[in-house]
Design a protein. Sequence first.
Length: 176
Amino acid sequence: MSLGWSRRALVETLVGTETAIDFSIPLAELPRVAHEVSARDGEAKGSVRFSRQQHQAVADLEVSAQPEVICQRCMQPMRWPVNVKSRVALVSDYDAADRVPDGMEVFLVEADSVSIRDLVDEEVMLALPNVPRHAEGSECAQRVMQLPGEPEADDAADEAQVQKPFAQLGELLKRK
Ligand SMILES: [Zn+2]
């Protein structure tokens, strides 16, 4: 069965024929991911295989990509490696989503059909961090350590205040 990654196909057909496809999709062609990345180069590569598992239509999906995102500490571009392997349950409504066995991700299918593009877009989105940052120990992290501001000190002050009433109560009890 020939199926391009951009074409939508009926879930029943994909599952019934146990369609398996290798893909290589430009990140710029993934609608949600394209908005999150800072460079429109690169691609998401991997494979998908549709089947029925535990009475559930699933897609076994492997995706790897190196999207460029902006570090929110130093505001410089960085590559965020994505390597995911997941079993995705393809469901058509929220009731069906509730019945999905543990260990599967859930993908809500529209009009009983799905494209590999949609699945990959979702997987890469899930793998992207909300707030991308260079790793601890990197030059970027060390630079921030030297800045004044010290949020830790503020936290300590808050904690001390919260504990105060209890300390006073302790004093009261001692006096009795
Ligand atoms: Zn950084």
